[in-house]
Design a protein around this ligand. Structure first.
Ligand code: ATP
Ligand code: MG
Length: 113
């Protein structure tokens, strides 16, 4: 079991969700966040209330997957989130020790998917 955490451009969320759904991956957690990558944010993005302190608005998505779904999920997220421009974001993978479905107390892979 793995936790995939990705920082993506907000406008790519719908495409990412659709790509994951093609592999029957429906469940997802999404949080608003701000961040900076290697480059300073272009000045034209500093407007309105969307940006502050040189940090760009991003979304953090978390998807818990079984081993068999890891590679397809990574490809789906990478392809759907990619515009080819700097600032597209990052994907990190964390090995999960255990998972519990709270409603049923199921454990392990059956709790994830
Ligand atoms: N090393 C990092 N640590 C924490 N967050 C990061 C890191 N790299 C990227 N991020 C997050 O991802 C967002 C987008 O990063 P970005 O894609 O600009 O990374 P990059 O390494 O500069 O790649 P690129 O050269 O493609 O722009 C950042 O705003 C930040 O939220
Ligand atoms: Mg960058």
């Amino acid at each position: 079991m793995y936790k995939i955490e990705a920082i993506i451009r907000p406008h790519r969320l719908e495409a990412v969700r659709n790509a994951l759904k093609e592999h029957d991956l429906i469940a997802i957690t999404v949080s608003d966040c701000r961040g900076a990558g290697r480059q300073a944010a272009p000045t034209h993005t500093f407007r309105g209330s969307q940006y502050s302190h040189g940090l760009e608005l991003r979304l953090r998505i978390e998807v818990f997957v079984n081993d068999s779904h890891l590679e397809v999920a990574l490809d789906a997220i990478q392809e759907a989130a990619c515009t080819g421009e700097v600032g597209d974001g990052k994907i990190l993978v964390f090995k999960a020790e255990q998972a519990v479905r709270i409603r049923t107390n199921e454990r392990g892979e059956t709790a994830v998917h």
